[in-house]
Design a binder for this molecule. Structure first.
Ligand SMILES: Nc1ncnc2c1ncn2[C@@H]1O[C@H](COP(=O)(O)OP(=O)(O)OP(=O)(O)O)[C@@H](O)[C@H]1O
Ligand SMILES: [Mg+2]
Length: 317
């Protein structure tokens, strides 16, 4: 993840609304990562919103932050939420503010002027549109499709429609030319995910991500665990072998490989068959992702993990 600072920028009603990020040293850029980033930046520069779609753990959010950082404008982050309505994106009226001016310049005459104005509290989409920030809308399809309808006119006409009550700007905001959106999403068949409306998908460019290639995964695991590339490669090969046996080839993800690497590193253990910490970390972390196959009432998972570990480590001797 990129380094965060919260310098004061226009529109940051609450400091946590706007992030100023610097490129992170631990972001790995192999030829595969660079190529995806290059495609995404090309589309964003042409003012198209981009969308990283793919199963969990393939690096969508990390890439979204990296690319947003490369654009160089402040970043506003939204996480899709099943409870979201339009006002969670754009903002809402927050009651009324009464201003009372008592003018008794001539003390025999008192003039009281009272003005009532509605107070509109902008949410992150409005802040980003108004000021030309980059909006990362992470897992946007966790929000109901209706809540995201407000994005259609933002993307087509460059206009953000606000609730009618918003006094000063007449109910809409013109979208700043520097405004960009990066969406991420998980596949529709996953729990808690809504089908995005075709009209929205038609306005954005979707890049389908899958697990990175072996070389990239090794670099990421080595960087995140402080193991050397040789040890990281063994862990990655174990994870990739088990992934290829998974029904959807989606799990275990690189998170499992990073976790094993970090535990080995923190316990000062070794990626070796004789190392108990390494062997238990593999069984405990990888068993969650494997099919619950039982033989004579007992799970075959620890046995299969052991077989793959032995196979990979013996091959690399
Ligand atoms: N290019 C990269 N450099 C360094 N680490 C990376 C890179 N890409 C992914 N990672 C690491 O891989 C892990 C998974 O990445 P990330 O959280 O971005 O995946 P995701 O696709 O957003 O997953 P989810 O759908 O579960 O949110 C994280 O620990 C992240 O730090
Ligand atoms: Mg993510």
């Amino acid at each position: 993840m990129a380094k965060t600072s919260t310098a004061s920028v226009p529109g940051a009603q609450r400091m946590q609304d706007v992030l100023n990020l610097e490129a992170s040293d631990s972001f790995i850029q192999t030829p595969q990562v660079k190529s995806i980033a290059q495609r995404a930046l090309t589309y964003l520069h042409a003012r198209y919103p981009i969308h990283f779609a793919g199963p969990p753990g393939v690096g969508k959010t990390t890439l979204a932050f990296h690319i947003a950082t490369m654009l160089g404008t402040p970043i506003v982050l939204l996480h899709g939420d099943d409870e979201f309505g339009t006002s969670d994106l754009v903002g809402r009226d927050n009651g009324v503010r009464k201003e009372r001016v008592i003018d008794n310049y001539i003390h025999s005459v008192t003039k009281v002027q009272e003005e009532t104005r509605s107070v509109f509290v902008s949410n992150r989409l409005t802040v980003a549109c108004e000021h030309g920030y980059t909006l990362i809308y992470d897992e946007f399809n966790r929000s109901p499709a209706a809540a995201n309808n407000v994005l259609l006119s933002v993307l087509s006409e460059g206009i953000l429609n606000l609730p009618k009550q918003r006094g000063q700007s007449g109910g809409y905001v013109g979208v700043h030319p520097n405004f960009r959106i990066i969406f991420t999403s998980n596949p529709e068949e996953y729990a808690g995910v809504h089908k995005a409306q075709d009209a929205l998908m038609d306005r954005i460019i979707t890049l389908h991500l899958d697990h990175y290639d072996r070389d990239t995964e090794i670099h990421i695991v080595a960087a995140k665990s402080s193991l050397d590339a040789g040890a990281a490669a063994l862990i990655v090969d174990i994870v990739r072998a088990l992934r290829s046996e998974h029904s959807s080839a989606a799990r275990p993800t690189i998170r499992a490989a990073i976790a094993i690497g970090r535990i080995v590193s923190s316990a000062q253990a070794k990626v070796r068959l004789q190392d108990e910490v390494f062997r238990w970390a593999c069984r405990d972390i990888l068993s969650r992702d494997l099919a619950r196959i039982t033989r004579s009432g007992a799970s075959v998972i620890p046995k299969r993990i052991d077989e793959v570990v032995v196979d990979v480590l013996s091959r690399h001797k």
